[in-house]
Write a protein that binds this ligand. Structure first.
Ligand SMILES: [Zn+2]
Length: 266
């Protein structure tokens, strides 16, 4: 029951982003208009940043800025995700595990440097210029498209195995994180079965904060962030065309998310 409520809250909050007008019509009539508007504004702002999309097709705005907070190891994250991240790591450690944050916020300059270095290494390994650019983009996001630039993403590794490769998924730390991250508002952002949708190869170390309610909805429906946002859009369109509020129906959302996932399969 609790899960269902949080799922409904996630969907409702996210839909407020996409359909503020529809949402406004559904507020209890007894609520003063000014109070309603203020509440909506708060909800929209609270959810908006959590669903920020940065991927090969969504470049961050040039004026993108984020307020950072420094982790004990000196790396920085968006200050709004700090507490949940620290809680998750503390609970992981309480299980006798040793997770480490090995990468967090990156400035545009840092991302550009990493991207250029990757291309240079590929060229040195014999790739043509075009092939190196294409391959580099699969592993290091093109500057402006990296989630690390949002401050909402972290790379987590096991202290006993600090290599960013597929074996990372076999560590006890990753197993724990993959199972529990959604409880703290995080998702494993680039699962192996979603590479074509996310545009990024499998990364069993890259976690993205989307907020607890949204993370629970993604977890429950087996969606990646791109599919989740598309599902919200699809639900919203249905609501508009039918005039029926559907957002509170978890069965309907599951059906729509399955349809979006199916369309994405190549
Ligand atoms: Zn990463």
């Amino acid at each position: 029951m609790k899960k269902w409520i949080s799922w409904t809250a996630a969907l409702t909050a996210a839909l407020m982003l996409l359909a503020p007008a529809v949402q406004a019509a559904e507020q209890p009539e007894t609520r003063p208009a000014a109070e309603t508007a203020a509440a909506e504004q708060t909800a929209v702002q609270a959810e908006d940043w959590q669903l920020l999309l940065a991927n090969p097709w969504h470049v961050l705005p040039e004026d993108f800025q984020v307020e950072l907070k420094t982790l004990p190891n000196g790396l920085q994250v968006d200050q709004r995700i700090y507490d949940d991240l620290v809680d998750m790591l503390a609970d992981c450690k309480a299980e006798g595990l040793r997770p480490l944050v090995c990468s967090a916020y990156r400035s545009m300059e840092k991302q550009t440097r990493l991207y250029r270095n990757k291309i240079a290494r590929l060229r040195a390994a014999g790739y043509t210029k075009d092939a190196a650019v294409t391959e580099a983009g699969r592993w290091v996001a093109v500057p402006g498209t990296s989630e690390h630039q949002t401050g909402l993403a972290v790379d987590l590794v096991a202290a006993s195995y600090q290599v960013l490769d597929q074996k990372q998924e076999q560590t006890a730390e990753q197993k724990w994180l993959m199972e529990h991250c959604w409880e703290y508002g995080f998702i494993l952002r680039y699962p192996t079965e979603k590479c074509e949708v996310t545009g990024i190869g499998y990364e069993p170390w890259h976690y993205r904060y989307v907020g607890k309610t949204t993370a629970a909805a993604l977890h429950e429906n087996g969606l990646c962030l791109e599919e989740y946002l598309e599902t919200l859009e699809a639900v919203n369109e249905q609501e508009k065309s039918t005039g029926t509020p559907l957002r509170s129906s978890s069965a309907f959302f599951a059906e729509m998310s399955a349809r979006v996932s199916e369309e994405k399969k190549i």
